[in-house]
Design a protein around this ligand. Structure first.
Ligand SMILES: NC(=O)c1ccc[n+]([C@@H]2O[C@H](COP(=O)([O-])OP(=O)(O)OC[C@H]3O[C@@H](n4cnc5c(N)ncnc54)[C@H](OP(=O)(O)O)[C@@H]3O)[C@@H](O)[C@H]2O)c1
Length: 159
């Protein structure tokens, strides 16, 4: 199975502000995220229950990793550790792909498992209190631009 991270940051690598995206809603980034992840297992940290407002993303296997939680809302699959996540994602993946969708702690904890990282660079600076750790991107040797739109630069990092 291949695992990719997928995140959006602003110019300062901000990814979150109070369990929301710092820039609010950007349609072409949401469309990109949906197109890339649809049909595949998506792996998320336990804070996702907050930032997804308790609602799983449709048409994807929503895998939540937590060492603390004993239950999750309907539609989420709870795993207690990295190895369990990898086993479950692998058994659910129909085309050999899974995506780590965040947040910051979860990108960090799965970085060594990732074959690549889709990074949407939202142009500008926004108020944020959660950031993507810059050194994580150093794990990848190549970066390609997929699309350069007026508000977002779509890139992919590969090993
Ligand atoms: N811009 C983007 O692309 C994007 C994407 C996603 C989220 N976000 C933002 O990111 C913020 C949340 O990020 P965050 O770093 O605070 O939280 P998070 O990564 O969503 O969740 C962290 C929690 O996940 C669990 N976890 C992660 N790795 C684990 C492992 N290997 N084993 C067991 N448990 C593990 C732990 O929960 P336990 O303490 O329960 O063990 C940990 O405290 C929000 O503001 C959200 O809006 C932004």
């Amino acid at each position: 199975m291949k695992i990719y991270g997928i995140a959006a940051t602003d110019d300062n690598l901000g990814i979150g502000f109070n369990d929301s995206l710092p820039w609010g809603f950007i349609k072409n980034d949401m469309d990109f995220f949906r197109e890339i992840t649809i049909g595949n297992p998506i792996i998320m940290g336990s804070n996702a229950i907050n930032w997804l407002k308790g609602k799983p993303l449709p048409n994807r296997h929503n895998i939540v990793v937590s060492s603390q939680r004993r239950d999750v809302p309907d539609g989420f699959i709870l795993c207690s550790c990295r190895n369990e996540v990898l086993d479950v994602a692998s058994s659910l993946s129909v085309n050999g792909l899974a995506f780590v969708i965040g947040g910051a702690k979860t990108y960090k904890s799965f970085i060594d498992d990732m074959d690549g990282f889709y990074l949407s660079r939202v142009k500008g600076s926004y108020e944020a209190n959660v950031f993507l750790e810059e050194s994580l991107l150093d794990r990848f040797s190549k970066c390609f631009v997929i699309d350069d739109c007026i508000d977002v630069l779509f890139t992919i990092y590969e090993k």
